[in-house]
Design a protein around this ligand. Structure first.
Ligand code: ADP
Length: 254
């Protein structure tokens, strides 16, 4: 299905679509302008701004309850802002209908949740195949692509295991690989290290770093740990509904 953006950019030909490879190559991947989110009478996000470019690896830190998941859900089109503009790949998404949003999500955004969200009755390989199945890829082809991903990340031995037999770190690595199957250009990870020990957290960050570099993907991850050293190139703290730049040690060399 082709998606038309709700507001056309006058500088672009009108037939361009949100899922077009041409747009995916554009540098600005995510733009939030004066985004508000209120639940009942509580304002969680209060006029928040954020720009993420291609290949940015961004951390958003903040205490529990400050709105980190809300922010990722808005970027990941799982929720709409109460006010403000959201652009992905240079195009407004506010006016897209549910079907257009799921299509964009399926093809362009990989979501990694805190508690893995793996399906217990499916093997690791079948879990990884799932987004490809939803995208209509044939069984033989999706098995091949899922196995290639497991091989690429040195985890082929997990293919036929069920999630209940995996360690926390293995589950989270499986969830990350599953989020990569449709080759998304934006990867959103909601507190991915919160249930892992230090060693597995480190392995996971290495994996995000690899993905960020190899795939030119924009990665945004949240954490409640204000002091965790991360291989990110932009760091923010979410506080009182706004993002503040954080002066964290930058480990990655560009
Ligand atoms: P964090 O991810 O930083 O822990 P959340 O984004 O989950 O924070 O939540 C921020 C605030 O918004 C919390 O006070 C939470 O209770 C509230 N909240 C989140 N989702 C909803 C919802 N669907 N309905 C009502 N309140 C919500």
């Amino acid at each position: 299905m082709e998606l038309q953006a709700s507001v056309q950019n006058p500088h672009k030909p009108s037939q361009r679509t949100l899922s077009s490879p041409v747009l995916l190559e554009e540098r600005k991947m995510i733009e939030l302008d004066n985004v508000w989110k209120s639940y009942n009478t509580t304002d969680v996000l209060k006029g928040l701004n954020l720009t993420a470019n291609k290949r940015d690896f961004i951390s958003i830190r903040g205490k529990s309850g400050v709105g980190k998941s809300t922010l990722l859900r808005i970027i990941g089109l799982l929720e709409s802002p109460s006010k403000g503009d959201v652009k992905l790949f240079g195009k407004q998404v506010n006016g897209l209908n549910d079907e257009q949003k799921s299509d964009l999500r399926l093809h362009s955004i990989g979501f990694i949740f805190q508690f893995f969200n793996l399906i217990p009755s499916l093997t690791v390989l079948e879990n990884i195949e799932l987004p490809l199945a939803l995208a209509g890829v044939r069984k033989i082809e999706r098995k091949k692509r899922a196995m290639e991903l497991l091989n690429h990340f040195d985890l082929p031995s997990l293919a036929n295991r069920f999630p209940t037999t995996l360690s926390g770190g293995e589950k989270q690595r499986t969830a990350i690989i599953r989020a990569l199957t449709n080759n998304p250009k934006i990867i959103l990870a909601d507190e991915p290290t919160s249930s892992l020990d230090d060693e597995n957290s480190h392995l996971l960050m290495e994996l995000f770093n690899q993905i960020n570099r190899e795939r030119n993907a924009t990665v945004i991850l949240t954490t409640t740990d204000l002091y965790e050293k991360l291989p990110t190139n932009q760091n923010y703290i979410l506080k009182e509904g706004h993002l503040q730049r954080a002066n964290m040690p930058q480990q990655r060399t560009q």
